[in-house]
Each structure stands twice: as structure tokens, then as C-alpha cells.
Design a protein around this ligand. Sequence first.
Ligand code: NAP
Length: 460
Amino acid sequence: MEMTMNLKDERMLEAKKYVDRVYESVVQRNPNEYEFLQAVKEIFLSLTPVFARNPKYIEAGILEMIVEPERLISFRVPWVDDNGKVRVNRGYRVQYNSAIGPYKGGLRFHPSVNQSIVKFLGFEQIFKNALTGQSIGGGKGGSDFDPKGKSDMEIMRFCQSFMTELTKYIGADVDVPAGDIGVGAREIGYMFGQYKRLRGNFEAGVFTGKGVGYGGSLGRTEATGYGTVYFVEEMLKDRGLSFAGSTVVVSGSGNVSIYAIEKAQEYGAKVVACSDSNGYIYDDKGICLDTVKRLKEVERRRISEYVKEHPHAQYVEGSTGIWTIPCDIALPCATQNEIDENSAKTLIANGVKAIGEGANMPSTLDAIDIFLESEVLFGPGKAANAGGVAVSALEMAQNSSRVQWSFEKVDSKLKKIMTEIYRDSIKAADDYGHPGNLVIGSNIAGFKKVADAMIIQGVI
Ligand code: NAP
């Protein structure tokens, strides 16, 4: 017994040294890419027990290969604004890993987009996509273009210019983009249209998140938000809890937030707050989702305007203050690093029972540590928000067989996928000695699927 323990400890030590060494080289090769290094660190820390138990991954150099994108494309996006002035933005696509399928991941249009952001998102996407059980590799892209305040024609001209370049690198079996922050049905329509025009064929499977009238899947719009709630409901169930009767806070008021609110309300929760990048609203009677949908999806206005129609509600300037509102369940659905150490402590002090990350990397590494050390249930984004890309893969399946499934069929598949992701992550956490730790569990479950495929395909 003692010998086994020693051997196990020795292997863990060797594995840790290996992971530290590779991480150090990643830091040196990617200086100043803070978000990317943060995402790498979180995943690498989880993987030590995998390398200790499976030295074949070390021998095959899997970690060194998986952390380096297969391809990183950066390009100029010139366009002309409504005043005839030439504007120039920068476009990106990171084609991170194609071991288990074509690159797949959204496009983000936001002024904060840079190489570090697309690499962090692309790296996370590899593991998330593997977790869905679908054949999709990892990719991500976007631009530092800000769609806010632009006219429809400016959006169209920008999207056409962006796609004129990106078209060279994508295809239904090559790389399949979708939406993300700042990219919804309108932007995808313009980009798909330009791709079709340049290629001269209707290749539906090249984009997901399309309108349902031209190859989009029913249920894709709702998928990420609904999926997050399905995932969190599974976590809660294991502890004899549920959304029913709970008080919920959801950050953001975009695509993910709106449909997380919708499903949480359907499950009997009272959602008391949501936000945008300027501030948050608090409605103790429960958020009126019809108002939020109209303001954000139709009229593209600010969340502050909610209180004009619901004067009993409060609007507070500054978006991070939302985490001071006492709640049972917190769903960060806006952006990266929106919950820091202090917000995590405040949430716990106010009695939060579960966190479900609808956004990508919304909690800092310190905040995650605080959640994991507490009794709080913590569902990391990689697992909890995988429903969007899972339904994107279902959209690809419908496109290749030229059929359209009913909303109910897509939604029931989504629910099943989210339950399986939860079970797979719990099982991996258990198997590797960290029961209940979904960060470690989801990272390991996703990594192993990709790593095994990489080994079979050789050094490429
Ligand atoms: P979206 O529709 O553009 O909405 C984003 C929301 O977050 C908006 O309310 C926005 O407010 C807010 N926001 C953006 N930047 C912010 C900041 N710096 N501080 C505070 N609030 C900010 O985007 P989305 O598709 O819902 O994406 C939200 C998150 O989910 C992102 O992390 C994304 O990567 C992740 N995600 C999305 C999908 C998907 O299918 N769409 C799938 C998986 C993960 P403003 O309007 O003021 O900017």
C-alpha cells in the first residue's frame, strides 16, 4: 500500500513539473496575453492528475501541441461609414484544434477584442465542444468593431468587408463560425449573404445561428441560456434543490441572459436583476422579460430604460454592483472576469447556493478558488454554457441532411446533452479524486476526448 502511495505521489510530482514547465513556456511565448494565460492556467492546473495516470499524453507531447493554435489569422477590415469616412478595424480567426471535427466557435464584435481574447475563447472552445459529444473542433474569432450606435447599413458594410477576407478560410467541413457578443441574427445574415455571393453557392453548413427561414435551427437562439439553466438544475437536483421558488440574479441582457431568464422563470424562479455594460436593474417583483426583450432585442436600447416602464424597479449605474444583490442562484451571462474575488465573497456572504456560468470565463481565478473552497455549487462556463454550440452542431446536422427538426426535438436533445455533460464532468471529477469539482471534471472530460484523437492522428 505504502509503495503504491509513493509511486502515485511520485507520478503526481512528475506530472506537476511537466505541466509547470509547459505553462512557463506558454507564458514566455505569449507575454501580455492575460486572458489567454488565465484560461490556460485554469485548464492546465486541472490536468495534472491526468498526466500522472496517463504518461502516454506526456510522451506524445499533447499539452505542447494543444496549447498552440493550428492557425491564427489576423486581417484588416476597411469599411466606409455613413459620412463617407473610411474606417479600419482588425479581424481575427483562431483555428485552434481540429482533432475531432471542423473548427467551430463564434465571432465576437466588441471594442475589447484582441488576440488574447480570441485565443482564450478559442482554447476554451476546444474542451467545451468535446464535452458536447459532437464532432466539432475548437475555433473563435471576431473584431474590435463596435456595433453599438452603428446604423444597419454600417453594420452591413462592415460585415461584408469582414467576410470578404474570412471567406478564404472557412467552409462547412473546414471552419464554421456562429455568433457571440455583438453578433446576432442580423450580423450572421449579412455575413452569410456575403459568403454565398463570393462562393457562388448556398452552403448552409458554413454558419450556424442562421435565421430559421434560410437553414437555421429552431431552438438555437434559446440554446445557450436554456442550456445553462438545464445544467444548473442538474447540479441543484443532486443537492435536493431546484430553481422553483429560488431568487435569481442574471448579469447581462443579451442573447444568453434573456433565455436564461426565460427558462429560470419557467422553472418557477424569481429573477430579480439583470444588467448591461452601463448598469443593472433590480425589480423585487421579478423582471418583466417582455420589456427586456423588446428593449434589447427589438429596439436596441439601454437597460436603464426599463425603470421608465416599471417605476417600482431601481436602476443602478455600474454593472458589477449586481453581485451585491442577495440571491440563491447567480448566473453570470455577460462577459469575462465580471466576478472578482470581492464579488465572490459578497455572493457567498449573502447566501448564494449555486453559480452557473452562462458567459465564458466570467469568474476570475481567485473568484473560482473562493467558490470551490465554499459549499457553493459551481458550474463552469465550459460545461454550463455548452448548449449553444451543441445546438449549433445540431444545426449543422440538419443542414447536411436538408431537414428541419421541430423546436421540441431540438430542445429535448439539448436537455439530454446538458445532462450528459453534467454527468460526464461529475464522473471525471470523481475518477480523478476531486468529487464534486466541476472545473476539474469538465476540463479532464473534454481534454481526454481531444487528446485521444490527437494521439491516433499522430504528430501533425
Ligand atoms: P450579447 O447578446 O452581445 O450580450 C452581451 C451582454 O453582456 C449585453 O447585455 C452586454 O451589454 C453585456 N456586456 C458585454 N460586455 C460587457 C462588459 N464589459 N461589462 C458588462 N456587461 C457587458 O452576447 P451573448 O451572446 O449573450 O454572450 C454573452 C456571454 O456568453 C459571452 O461571454 C459569450 O462568449 C458567452 N457565450 C455566448 C454563447 C452564444 O450562443 N451566444 C454561447 C456560449 C457562450 P451591452 O449591451 O452594454 O454591451
